[in-house]
Design a binder for this molecule. Structure first.
Ligand code: AMP
Length: 216
C-alpha cells in the first residue's frame, strides 16, 4: 500500500480515517507524539529532557524529532505501508523528511489534504459531547451522531458532558496554528505532484475517495 501523510486541520477526521485504514489494510500508524512520549518514559537522559519539554508544552527541537523519525522508519514492520501522524508539521520538517526518506530508502507515498470548511470543523469541536460513563462520543450541532435523548448516552444512558477544551476559543487557536504552520505543506506537496485534496465532510464518501487513491 502507498504510505500516507495526512494534512488535516483540527477535527477534519484524520483519526477516524486512520483507524479505518489501519483496520482494513493493516497500515502501521506512526505518531511522532507517541514516539516522543515513549522516549520520555524511558528514563534516559534524552528521555528526561523530552519529558520536561512535553510537560511544559514546549516544542521539541527538530533534531530530536528527526532522529526519532529516522530510527522508526528503519524498522521493517513498515514495509506494507504506514500512516505518518504529526510529522511533518512545517516546511522545514517537510524538506528534512525528503532527505530522511532517501537515507532509509522509503517512498513518500501520497499526501492527502482533508479539505473541510472551517464552520463544520468548529461545529464538530464545539458540538462534541462525551458519555461520562462509557466514553462514547456524540455531536449536538452537526446533525451526525446526535444523541436520541438530549444529554443522555444512547448506548448506556450515562450523562453526556463537554470537554473543557472543546470550545470556540481553543478551536480558533489550533486552527490558526494549522493555517500558519502546516497549511503551507499543501503548496509544497502540490509542487512535488504528490498531493491529493479530498473533501472531508461526509465520512463515507471521504473513506471511499481515500481508498481510490491508495489502491490506485
Ligand atoms: P501530538 O500527540 O501530535 O499532539 O504531539 C504531542 C507533542 O509532541 C506536541 O505538542 C509536540 O510537543 C511534540 N511533537 C509531536 N510531533 C512533533 C513534530 N513533528 N515536531 C515537533 N514536536 C512534535
Amino acid at each position: 500500500m502507498k504510505n500516507i501523510i495526512f494534512i488535516a486541520p483540527p477535527a477534519a477526521g484524520k483519526g477516524t480515517m486512520s483507524e479505518l485504514l489501519i483496520e482494513k489494510y493493516g497500515y502501521i500508524h506512526i505518531s511522532t507524539g507517541d514516539i516522543l512520549r515513549g522516549i520520555a518514559k524511558s528514563g534516559t537522559e534524552l528521555g528526561n529532557k523530552i519529558a520536561a519539554l512535553l510537560e511544559g508544552g514546549k516544542l521539541i527541537s527538530d533534531e530530536i524529532v528527526y532522529d526519532a523519525v529516522r530510527e522508526r522508519l528503519r524498522m521493517p514492520d513498515l514495509d506494507n505501508g504506514y500512516i505518518l501522524d504529526g510529522f511533518p508539521r512545517n516546511l522545514n520538517q517537510a524538506e528534512e523528511y525528503d532527505k530522511i526518506l532517501k537515507e532509509v530508502n522509503r517512498n513518500l507515498g501520497v499526501v492527502i489534504y482533508l479539505d473541510t470548511p472551517k464552520d463544520i470543523l468548529e461545529k464538530r469541536i464545539t458540538g462534541r459531547r462525551l458519555c461520562e460513563n462509557c466514553g462514547a462520543t456524540y455531536n449536538v450541532l452537526t446533525g451526525v451522531n446526535t444523541p436520541h435523548v438530549e444529554g443522555k448516552c444512547d448506548k448506556c444512558g450515562g450523562n453526556l458532558y463537554q470537554r473543557s477544551d472543546d470550545n470556540s476559543e481553543s478551536f480558533a487557536v489550533r486552527y490558526q496554528e494549522f493555517i500558519e504552520k502546516t497549511y503551507p505543506l499543501v503548496e509544497y506537496y502540490k509542487k512535488n505532484n504528490v498531493l491529493v485534496s479530498i473533501d472531508s465532510v461526509d465520512p463515507d464518501l471521504t473513506i471511499k475517495a481515500i481508498e481510490g487513491v491508495i489502491n490506485d
